[in-house]
Ligand binder design. Structure first.
Ligand code: PLP
Ligand code: ZN
Length: 331
């Protein structure tokens, strides 16, 4: 074992070496440290998201850190928060292809336009990355079940990974969610609650249902590890582009976990010396659907607008609250 890796014997299996550089969790508002050895939600000091930090001072080369034989997001194992490999809950998520889109790029006179095809993840979306990580950590730190409010994809991913881990899953989703999402959750064995409303109404139901804290609430940015799964998109982009980054990155943002995670990966790679010191980080663009654009509306000061013909189910009422969690909504 390389001296710079953390040997962690605090958990169940003292004979298993772990190869993570995980250091601790920090409050994203004030930096106050929180233990990475127990289940955590938001910070005690500010009720803000906790962020995992890693010991990146000692040199860690790309060659030593990346397991090329692993065709999933777990190839960046040293920079992920899992302590013991035995707790890994994986369905082969990540390391999705980066596809050239020459026709569409040409239409906009772009020299190069690439698509990271996250639809190829298990359960069909990049929610698989975050939930694989969150459920692995839930298992590692002793949770027996998890609960989530969702617009669809995150619920399916939670149900699948909890099924894989043998944990209980409770999913709250709007009643108008397309049938395929509801059925996938049922078939993975989750307890599904349909809510007459939007995702913020689902979040309110989750808070009430889990008032006793028996289940781990894996709502967006309420626990620290979905972010760590999503950040692997940033590592993959750099690796797939031979450690160059694109000029502009367009991201379909809901709660924004992926956008924040990708940026976190860029900063970590800078600290590790994996990017050229003068490398310019991409301009990050959060894209939202015209039918649901609270971030855009707030940023531009314009009203959120009306749902459009995109909606194929009975149009829900306009959002009356932020669909993303309060800690980030005001920032
Ligand atoms: C397909 C898809 N794209 C984008 C998003 C938004 O993700 P994030 O919470 O990282 O902003 C979601 C979920 O909300 C999703 O399911
Ligand atoms: Zn704080």
């Amino acid at each position: 074992m390389t001296g710079s890796f953390v040997f962690n014997s605090l958990l169940m299996n003292p004979t298993t070496e772990t190869l993570t550089r995980l250091h601790e969790l920090e409050c994203s508002e004030c930096g106050q440290p929180h233990s990475a050895h127990q289940l955590q939600l938001v910070s005690e000091c500010h009720q803000m998201p906790l962020v995992a930090t890693y010991d990146l001072r000692e040199r860690l080369s790309r060659a030593a850190a990346i397991n090329l034989a692993d065709g999933s997001m777990w190839r960046y194992r040293a920079l992920l928060p899992l302590l013991d490999n035995q707790n890994k809950v994986s369905l082969g998520e990540g390391f999705t292809p980066l596809l050239q889109l020459p026709s569409l790029g040409g239409r906009y006179e772009l020299a190069s336009l690439l698509l990271k095809d996250e639809g190829q993840n298990p359960t069909g979306s990049f929610k698989a990355r975050g939930l694989s990580m969150a459920i692995s950590k839930a298992k590692e730190l002793g949770a027996t079940g998890c609960i989530i409010p969702t617009a669809g994809n995150a619920g399916v991913a939670l149900a699948a990974y909890c099924a894989r881990a043998g944990l209980r899953a409770v999913v709250a989703m709007p009643r108008h969610t397309p049938k395929a999402f509801k059925e996938a959750c049922y078939w993975y064995g989750a307890e599904v609650q349909l809510i007459d409303g939007l995702i913020n109404d689902c979040a309110a139901w989750v808070r009430q249902r889990n008032a006793d804290g028996q289940l781990l609430d894996v709502s967006t940015l309420k626990e620290p590890y979905r972010l760590e799964g999503k950040k692997t998109m940033g590592y993959e982009l750099a690796e797939q582009l031979n450690w160059q980054l694109p000029d502009v990155l367009l991201y379909p943002a809901g709660g924004g976990t992926g956008l924040i995670g990708i940026w976190k990966a860029f900063r970590e790679m800078q600290q590790l010396g994996w990017l050229a010191p003068d490398a310019k980080l991409p301009r990050m663009v959060a894209v939202q659907a015209a039918a649901c654009q609270p971030l855009v509306a707030t940023y531009t000061g314009r009203p959120a607008g009306r749902p459009t013909a995109m909606l194929t189910w009975a149009a829900p009422p306009l959002p009356t609250a932020w669909p993303c969690p309060a800690p980030w909504a005001s920032r």
